[in-house]
Ligand binder design. Sequence first.
Ligand SMILES: *Cc1c(COP(=O)(O)O)cnc(C)c1O
Length: 398
Amino acid sequence: MSISPLMPVYPRCDVRPVRGEGCYLIGERGERYLDFAAGIAVNLLGHGHPKLVKTIADQAATLMHVSNLYGMPLGEQFAQKLVDNTFADTVFFTNSGAEAVECAIKTARRYHYANGQAHRHKLISFDNAFHGRTLGAISATSQPKMRDGFEPLLPGFSVVPFNDLDAALAQIDDNTAGFLLEPVQGEGGVTPATQEFMAGLRKACDEHGLLLVLDEVQCGYARTGTFFAHEQYGVKPDIIAVAKGIGAGFPLGACLATEEAAKGMVFGTHGTTYGGNPLAMAVGLTVIEEVLADGFLDHVKAMGARLRAALEQLIPNHDEMFEDVRGMGLMLGVKMKEGFDARTFVGHLRDHHGLLTVSAGQNVLRVLPPLVIDESHIAECIEKISAGARSFSAAQAA
Ligand SMILES: *Cc1c(COP(=O)(O)O)cnc(C)c1O
């Protein structure tokens, strides 16, 4: 038997974390890492947050799982909080981002079905998008590495260039249900939608009776400095998929929709065994309380501006290597120049400087710290990237 017991779909690196403390991870041999990956935009309160730990321990001892056959007091409370603080009127809880995207796709199709227009099933999605790994979610992308060998995929998607409003509008036909996009593409390279693009898609939705479906799994939940990224565009969606930060490390996702958009989602149309269980709901309530507490979003904005400025200041000193800084809030990316591979640099920072970051498409180094970082963490990160750039550049030249 040569296959590993963990199915070998991930090229795992040598970091083997066994413990977390705030913004740091500690490996098997006791080595410390500054964690500016945060489980890929998940651990927004850092590791071992006392309130979150206590919530989980207390709720696990009280009630962990029942079934969605029963009334769910904690779920009602959490859903109400989400409704009170967003565009949405109703929430379906899931265990992951891909499931939240699936629910969003199903809600969009079912909306047109409920309107007697079942033929309007096609979602227009975008190049370099990432929506998760279910068959539905990979059908909404154009990336061969995710699609090859899994075909036939779900019909009813057409993929056009991101931030190209004309291309998106040109795809609209009698079968179109709506648009599906990330306001800030994460895996694809930390690319924010332009204002004109988002506003133009909303306008087209209003004119043609389409739904604007946003995947805020990565960019949502305070990551960009507002509760959800779309708020910064002044654009209201009809449906959004949420996950990652919403559970701050506990598996949790959600699909949020307006009453109108959710009109097809009646008894029996959708379901989940684990989704919205009491333990997940207790976690969700604790996390949202932290995120919506006075000053939290302002802190993210302030730290985002500071980290961005500091990264931008690095560029003139390493302009052979770095092209620009992109992103919003604490979802930032440094685009690397040709000849310097972001994935290799991420490994270099990890192995030689104790800094965890993530690579993204388009040769981008992605920086996704916990949202509770302070200035000292930013200074430490910048020191490490600066030192890392010098040693990496020298190694490449050698
Ligand atoms: C991570 C991610 C997903 C998938 O979430 P999973 O929890 O891995 O299923 C979907 N969309 C976006 C934008 C993501 O970043």
